[in-house]
Write a protein that binds this ligand. Structure first.
Ligand SMILES: [Fe+2]
Ligand SMILES: [Fe+2]
Length: 328
């Protein structure tokens, strides 16, 4: 501290900026915690599961994919009988819900690990516990929905690989853990917002679940982003390299899972390989969708130097690259 500043009782500019940033961050965490108290949902009290209007009929045309969807736009899909089109759409939603609750399981365990290492009295502790509770309600909701579809779901095998390692990052490498969080939450959020804004008539159960989820996920995403903005700039060179590498790979896997039918759905409806290539191969509508679904976490990666000119070849190879501000 310089002599003038210490005599007058003021902090040097740099330190003052750090104190201001700390205060703003703590205010944000307190606000998110408060929002979790005044605006939260219960999987059973807030979804009228037994209302006849909420019943699920797999042949309901509201489940069919629209022509704006990558698979929905193919001639193969459009040639299917209407009940099959609806069933494929419902089966894909059920599988996304299944992926959602498995992802949330990793998330909750990682958040609990993260909370364990926090210093006494850290404001994040309370917030993180609110988030764990909200994720548990989401998982109950998604699980109930999948049961009610009556359709068997099999998530992609990769979901079960390395989940304990990711959980451990909650404690040992939270920056990597929270980029993992955004890699999953942002593409799910993107899909649900897109559905709600499409103007397409939605089944009321899908609409209700999506609105609940979008509302609460906005808090989770805000926390992860602000936490990363605060901590990533303090990382050393080695950890930054690991973060750059693993974040790119995680984003590719997570966005891929939330953008196309699982292998199980492909087998169940005998979706031909050429159709999958047309919908999801290089230059396809599905490939564009993945880039758009990752817009927000990719922008954050640009901002924090997790993506930079040196790392663009990897992102391009993985099919998730876009210049800063592009592919929104
Ligand atoms: Fe969730
Ligand atoms: Fe979440």
């Amino acid at each position: 501290m310089n002599a003038v500043a210490s005599l007058s009782g003021e902090l040097p500019q740099e330190e003052q900026a750090r104190v201001d940033a700390d205060e703003a961050y703590h205010r944000l965490v307190a606000r998110l915690s408060h929002q979790s108290v005044v605006k939260h949902f219960d999987a059973y009290a807030d979804v009228p599961w037994d209302d006849p209007a909420y019943a699920i009929d797999a042949a309901d045309p509201r489940f069919a994919l629209s022509a704006a969807d990558a698979l929905g736009s193919t001639a193969w899909y459009q040639a299917q009988p209407a009940p099959t089109q609806a069933r494929i759409g419902l089966h894909m939603i059920a599988t996304f819900a299944r992926i959602g609750w498995q992802f949330e399981s990793v998330l909750k365990r990682g958040l609990l690990e993260f909370a364990l290492r926090l210093p006494e009295g850290a404001p994040e502790f309370r917030y993180v516990y609110h988030e764990v509770i909200e994720e548990a309600q989401h998982s109950l909701m998604f699980h109930e929905f999948v049961q009610r579809t009556g359709l068997p779901t099999k998530p992609p095998a990769i979901l079960g690989v390395g989940d304990r390692v990711v959980v451990g990052f909650g404690r040992r490498f939270p920056e990597l853990f929270f980029f993992f969080v955004l890699s999953g939450e942002d593409p799910i959020d993107y899909r649900q917002r897109e559905m709600l804004q499409s103007g397409k008539p939605l089944h009321p159960l899908i609409e209700r679940m999506s609105r609940i989820h979008v509302t609460e996920e906005a808090r989770h995403i805000a926390f992860a982003r602000h936490y990363l903005r605060r901590t990533v700039p303090k990382l050393g060179a080695f950890k930054m390299t690991v973060l750059r590498l693993r974040t790119a790979i995680t984003m590719r896997i997570a966005a891929g899972m939330m953008s196309r039918p699982s292998d199980h759905v492909v087998r169940t409806y005998n979706i031909p390989k050429e159709v999958l290539r047309e919908a999801y191969g290089p230059g396809s509508p599905g490939a564009t969708y993945v880039k758009r679904a990752l817009f927000k976490p990719r922008e954050l990666a640009w901002e924090l130097g997790v993506l930079n000119a040196r790392w663009t070849p990897l992102w391009k190879r993985l099919g998730i690259y876009a210049e800063r501000g592009q592919m929104q």
